[in-house]
Design a protein around this ligand. Sequence first.
Ligand code: UDP
Length: 252
Amino acid sequence: DSELLIIVTPSYNRALQFYYLHRLGQTLRLVRPPLLWIVVEMGSASDETADLLRRTGVMYRHLVCQKNSLEVKDRGVHQRNTALEHIERHHLDGIVYFADDDNIYSLQLFSHLRDIRRFGTWPVAMLAQCKSRTTLEGPVCKGNQVVGWNTNEKSKRLRRFHVDMSGFAFNSTMIWDPKRWFPGAPNSARQLDTVKEGFQETTFIEQLVEDESQMEGLPNSCANIMNWHLHLEARHLGYPRRWQVSSSLNAV
Ligand code: UDP
């Protein structure tokens, strides 16, 4: 019950970055410890993020990913791999969850993460501006058994598992001690790949489990939505270069 939760968050400098990181940090602060928040930025670690992490009051690691990708479809993939390498190198033992900075998470979700033995998955509500996007993604369950998938996007019929990046979590030993889970498994690193958009999750999950029988559906019957995935376009928002005010804005 005192399982470590390892929350992996890729983040980058944009108008809403501090709004998002504050919100997520304050949610994580309400989660029962032990919890480790691994925040991975691109290129260099920003002072503002470092300052925010120091004040949040959760245990954290602030990492930097040097491998930059300008491809929009790669959103955060190299940063998540940086965190996976860190987990592997340090043999961190706990439940790994990829929590993007912009999504909304209930506290219920974090307590259910501790129910996971090996690989857990659950349905995620998708909030998008574009009507054609699927509105619910993830497993259909009977008890804790995964018996099918929610999805309605045509291209997604080709995917093996219809799981959102924020809709699964797994035991970190699957990364650095796969033999415990797969008899005779090769010791190759399990990493996210820069594959076609929409296929990142399934390609990664296919390295962790063989089929639905090795998955645990959460919560019971997968009947509750525990987190919401936002797709909001905020590219045109303006923002100050630093969130620190050294002199009054309206000095008189
Ligand atoms: N992200 C990042 N660098 C990028 C693009 C995205 O660090 O160049 C992060 C972003 O902060 C978020 C996650 O990757 O935590 C997913 O990005 P986004 O929400 O934009 O992608 P979507 O989930 O909407 O496809």
